[in-house]
Write a protein that binds this ligand. Structure first.
Ligand code: HEM
Length: 183
């Protein structure tokens, strides 16, 4: 018979101390998924610029669509895995060696403020990104070409692209403040 107190003891042991899988970046204390997302953004930002250049100056709508859908899928998978990692394992213990983090003032220390700035870009951008992709799939012709949806798409997709750029930059800053800088 499985004794409930044994399971309790096991769970308590698991949540004590640094939890989660360590990342692979040699200069940081990030978890595996923190490091994956940190690096992914270095691929997404140039790819996003390339995709916008393709649509604006080359009028290669099909390539733009393929690139945007690939990015949307990669980002969605990364964000889901990242959320699972952070919800289960937390990040505070990884930030504690930083001079910019103070567990007693989690949201008012510099790293905490940087995280608030980052989240205020990341959360609206995630919603906007999904809306822009879904609307583009519904309203552009197949294969994609300019049409009645163009003006709406140009306005909101430019905002979504700007939001993604700011999400990346503020995310990199938070990563450095919390997981690279050391007392
Ligand atoms: C979040 C994802 C996306 C972003 C950030 C994005 C970004 C942009 C931007 C900024 C433009 C305007 C370029 C300019 O100034 O001329 C544009 C144009 C365009 N996009 Fe997207 N796009 C996304 C997804 C998609 C998807 C999924 C499709 C196809 C289903 C698509 C099809 C087009 C087309 C056809 C145009 C040309 C519109 C025109 O010039 O009249 N886009 N996109």
């Amino acid at each position: 018979m499985v004794r409930p107190y044994l399971i309790g003891a096991l769970l308590a042991q698991q949540s004590a101390g640094p939890a989660g899988i360590d990342g692979f970046l040699p200069f940081g204390r990030g978890s595996l998924m923190l490091d994956v997302v940190f690096l992914t953004m270095f691929v997404i930002v140039p790819l996003l610029l390339f995709s916008l250049w393709q649509v604006k100056y080359r009028r290669n709508y099909q390539l733009h669509k393929a690139l945007q859908l690939t990015m949307a899928i990669v980002l969605l998978v990364a964000v889901v895995l990242f959320e699972v990692d952070i919800r289960f394992n937390g990040w505070v213990h990884r930030a504690e060696p930083s001079p910019y983090f103070d567990a007693a003032n989690k949201w008012s220390c510099l790293a905490g403020r940087a995280l608030i700035v980052h989240l205020s870009f990341a959360v609206p951008t995630l919603v906007l990104w999904i809306v822009v992709v879904v609307q583009a799939l519904r309203k552009f012709s197949r294969p994609p070409s300019p049409g009645p949806h163009s003006a709406w798409h140009a306005r909101w997709a430019t905002l979504a692209a700007g939001g993604m750029f700011m999400t990346a930059v503020t995310g990199w800053i938070f990563y450095w403040l919390a997981f690279v800088a050391t007392k």
